[in-house]
Ligand binder design. Structure first.
Ligand code: DP6
Length: 365
């Protein structure tokens, strides 16, 4: 599909004039990372992520048809019950970017009410779940205005396409359990424009895979992903990094089908460290890991050697550690986390999450 397939050309405003819709949308954690992009939010390499379950955003979009036509986007935004005008520029920019695909945006007045299941200051990026939730709400409105029936496949693809224009990783937060974003010759149906479900049979070793997020450093990120992505332009290792990630996609695709956990661990940990290596070697350079991040990594390695566990870690663009492990090991790994790792978390905070099945609509228009 191309961009033009996502332009809504005909719609009927008399179908729906007032109402609301609510979506619950998960966060996701990349196994092969997206880091580096071109306009408009086109990734430099393919990425793949586990959709999460416990970390989600709940967004209600209230809409009412405008009485008089104005050429502005009219919306109010509430986050966790409080008016949040400082979120407005980001949403306005998102609306500007998607307006050509959803031309009805200026016909309505909106109130957006959103909240996260995870604490705002936890260092967990809320843009993936936040932007995908809003994109899904807008798609529900499009569906109710449409003159022709819309397939679920088109609905999900366009929701992912719109979410991508809000935040790249958000396009991987529509469906579960494993989502690929970015053209890759070995992944059928993959696209730079939207995320797709991993199209091959996933080995049962990955069923109900766990991700316990250790909150090492709660607080606003030191470097936003937007700035981070920009630093990949003119980065001395950019080309090698994009090739490495694409090769890792080929490898992880086989591993996800074969269930080889040792190889899975090697790819996932190398990806996390490569992402941070890119940050450490950019201009300007920065280190987002904290001393406790390294303490946890070393503890995980020690535990793995001593117990032959298949525990591993990944990182996003921050100091928090995502501890990944199979369902079959949940008891002993949970004990290890509680006894040995949470002491390195800020105020002992951590979130037990697992692989999830994607976004859910909680109320209809
Ligand atoms: C390190 O999707 O947050 O989490 O497209 O600028 O909104 P924008 O960036 P964002 O970047 C995510 C970067 C990452 C890796 C990943 O999720 O693949």
């Amino acid at each position: 599909m191309t961009e033009s397939d996502f332009i809504l050309s005909e719609y009927n405003l008399s179908n729906t004039s007032k109402g609301s819709v609510t979506w619950k949308t998960p966060s996701n954690i990349a196994l092969v990372k997206y880091w580096g992009k071109q306009e408009p939010q086109i990734p430099e390499n393919t990425s793949i992520s586990f959709t999460l379950d416990a970390c989600f955003t709940l967004t209600t979009l209230e809409f009412s048809k405008k009485e008089n036509n104005s050429n502005d986007f009219n919306f109010g935004i509430y986050f966790e019950g409080k008016k949040k005008d400082d979120f407005k520029p980001k949403i306005n920019k998102f609306f500007e970017r998607i307006q050509q695909y959803v031309p009805f945006l200026k016909d309505f007045e909106f109130v957006i009410k959103s909240r996260n299941s995870f604490p705002h200051s936890s260092g967990i990026a809320s843009s993936a779940s936040g932007m995908s939730a809003l994109a899904l709400c807008i798609m529900s409105l499009e569906r109710s205005l449409g003159k022709v029936e819309m397939s679920d496949d088109y609905f999900n693809k366009k929701a992912s396409f719109l979410a991508r224009l809000g935040s790249g990783s958000a396009c991987r937060s529509i469906e579960g359990e494993l989502i690929v974003w970015g053209n890759h010759k070995e992944i059928d149906g993959s696209s730079n424009l939207y995320g797709v479900k991993f199209p091959y049979k996933i080995h049962e070793n990955f069923r109900n895979y766990h991700d316990t997020i250790l909150l090492v450093d709660e607080g606003v990120k030191q470097v936003s992903s937007t700035i981070g992505h920009q630093l990949m332009h003119n980065h001395p290792f950019a080309k090698q990094r994009f090739n490495q990630a694409n090769d890792n996609i080929s490898m992880i695709s086989k591993v996800l089908q074969s269930g080889n956990l040792k190889e899975f661990i090697a790819i996932v940990e190398s990806e996390a460290l490569s992402l941070h290596a890119m940050m450490m070697t950019s201009n300007p350079y920065f280190i987002l890991m904290k001393p406790n991040t390294l303490k946890i990594i070393n503890k995980i390695w020690e535990f793995r050697i001593n117990t032959k566990s298949n525990i591993c870690f990944t990182l996003d663009a921050g100091a928090n550690v995502h501890v990944l492990f199979p369902e079959s090991e949940k008891e002993r790994v949970n004990n290890f986390i509680i006894n040995e790792l949470i002491q390195y978390c800020q105020e002992n905070h951590y979130i037990c999450d697992r692989i999830g099945h994607g976004a859910k609509r909680l109320s209809n228009i």
